[in-house]
Design a protein around this ligand. Sequence first.
Ligand code: ARG
Ligand code: ZN
Length: 899
Amino acid sequence: KEIFLKDYKMPDYYFDTVDLKFLLGEDKTLVYSKISVYPRTEGKFFFFFKIFFNFKFYSASVPLVLDGVDIKLLSIKVDGKELKKEDYHLDSRHLTLTSPPTSTFVLEIDTEIYPQSNTSLEGLYKSTDNFCTQCEAEGFRKITFYQDRPDIMARYTCRIEADKSLYPVLLSNGNLIEQGGLEGGRHYVVWEDPFKKPCYLFALVAGQLESRDDTFVTQSGRTVFLRIWTPSHDVPKTAHAMYSLKAAMKWDEEVFGREYDLDLFNIVAVPDFNMGAMENKSLNIFNSKLVLASPETATDADYAAILGVIGHEYFHNWTGNRVTCRDWFQLSLKEGLTVFRDQEFSSDMGSRTVKRIADVSRLRSYQFPQDAGPMAHPVRPHSYIKMDNFYTVTVYEKGAEVVRMYKTLLGSSGFRKGMDLYFERHDGQAVTCEEFFASMRDANDADFSNFLLWYSQAGTPQVRVSSSYNPDARTYSLKFSQEVPATPGQPVKEPMFIPVAVGLLDSNGMALPISNVYHDGLLQSVSSNGQPVFTTVLRVIKKEEEFIFSDIFERPIPSLLRGYSAPIRLDSDLTDSDQFFLLANDSDEFNRWEAGQILARKLMLSLVADLQQNKSLVLNPKFVDGIRSILCDSSLDKEFVSRAITLPGEGEIMDLMEVADPDAVHAVRSFITKQLALHLKAEFLSTVINNKSSEAYVFNHENMARRALKNTALAYLATLNDPELTNLLVHEYNTATNMTEQFAALAAIAKNPGQVRDDVLADFYNKWSHDFLVVNKWFALQALSDIPGNVDNVQNLLSHPAFDLRNPNKVYSLIGGFCGSPVNFHAKDGSGYKFLGDIVLQLDKLNPQVASRMVSAFSRWRRYDEGRQALAKAQLEKIMSANGLSENVYEIASKSLAA
Ligand code: ARG
Ligand code: ZN
């Protein structure tokens, strides 16, 4: 059933307090819920209605509809009295009280659930030996009957009873207020959460866990106890997570003035989890891969992801929990904002430019294709069938770009004012994206014109810029025109409000001061204090706009969209030599990288065209020189260099083609990589040597940057498949003392089929077979391989003893990994499609959320040639015709076929 934003209605009943009691057992769990309910229209106002309108109609109450799925109703009472059969109605998804009391009443419901057989990992389930919950978005209804919607906010207590030896640790939200022993080897605890919350933030954990304990003293001097829970053998691997948590708490105080609001903060790591992590009030639950790390078992990328996600979930305490969403269409209100906050946190902890590059690359490789495909939806979707399908890169990452644009327009202090007003107005409320917009606007008295369109129009705006210099008038003009592409359900679009940060360079590469900009014949102030600036933000609002810079004494080179100031595709009339110039000289480091990417994209597309016309491939020597000068520029940040010498991904290039050709794109990317390795072999070799270190692993920017550059150089060298270099790689593999370097060497070796590859892969498995997080890397590396015919390897790995279709991380590594190799997934014979089609149907029976993420790999099937289209379509049709298909998979598959 499709649900629409425009159909939102306020609830007829609110819940004030919720008392839950769980009796955890081995074959079933009993859940007792006691809710104090009050009708929305109770009181004076309602009374007047009763008198002035139809007394009879208004005195009869409206039904109270509770959600409930896969749960067994045992009993239902209102104000202590068991309800009679005719007073309620039960179907497979709802429990409806036909005429509840017209004033405050107490509702008591007893249910029975089966966490041990819950493979959907939603609601209450067992992960390995522990009970845990995942309620967002609509999992609470799998625990008890409830109005499962975020605008129902209540204060909770939670009593948990369980076997004491199997489940010595019993956790829920808030403060522990009581605990004790019970008969029969059981014990109990009572938790009380003083803050009202929507049910999606409820959590419960029970098991044999141990904690790493620490404390944090807040700004105002309160001591907060911090505990990170895992099975005891993993506690040593939680040091980095604890460091990250404390850093996040401090950062939120310093940057946003936000202090933690309880005396206890718990994090639990579980091995079976559909997503990354969940921000349940004071009891965050994490996928263990985002908590556990040691230098020997986790890579720099893992360390960085842990920092970011620990921050993300912690930041939700204010953006998500204290101020929450009115309904699920507003998801980006909390997610876009919180992603923005975690991006800023990671930037401040490491390198801002490198973080921005990583985030923009991610947006381009995943969000752009989504926004151009059958699942395209606005940051605030208009409708959904299954909400879980809308935890997307659009809601999260494009949503974060939308938040970033407010900051670009208002500056840091204006943005902070807006945030402060948002918290001041809405603490304790469930609100919409308009409320956030209004806070930003009102706190700054700002004119945001049609900015709200960013929430309602899908599709990546395409912006074209043409420039001209008038030497007589000494003016420089930039003309913008924009187009927002049609997306499913939105054939016609209006022009959007696009902030374009611009700087101008003179012929020496020096920044030109900007003092006067004319727009529509009017002088716009570019700075508040009358001083010239070097970057100004142009407000592109109409379909066509012109900006004229005055007092410009020579033809400048513009640096456009600095820092990627809006989530758009930009085309300009800049020449290749302008781009080479920017690559060498721009003071905006992000745009230096961008200039290199623009050149690389153009080069790759033109070589793809050559290849398709059977021309032989030749690499432009200017490109090699450009890469060389970056590689050898010791003044640059090493991680920046590593990013700047890395070509755009195959997906990004296919995305720019009329008909995506995975084979040609792969061949061209391999060709350029190999040519660069050939021409720059000496430079790459010395990069490897100069960036070795025998010191112990340290997680900081300098060391990560050094390892990143060294590993990128190794990957280039591996493409030469030269025996001497292979020896070097094997040596690197054998002598590595941390996973970052060990895995990078392994990945480089694995590029070339043969005995060495097989031996080293086997060695790696034997070393790490006891650590399932490392084994997942091993699965992913093989799955992602571009080796021809790799589908057979992956098929075999499905029956490897370490694989398990019920564990999401394993599925994401092996099956998700396989879909990440365009040549193999899109193999011409359809073998990749068939493999995925079969797996999706198996998975759907176990875990619809995971199945639905996998089926998404098919969604852009129309981008390929007719042969591939037919093969992919056949798989989608096969999936659609299966019996008992979940709504999750149905939504993605049907929309993919329809668009
Ligand atoms: N709120 C969580 C986070 O972003 C993600 C929850 C995802 N849940 C889901 N059903 N997809 O931190
Ligand atoms: Zn989140």
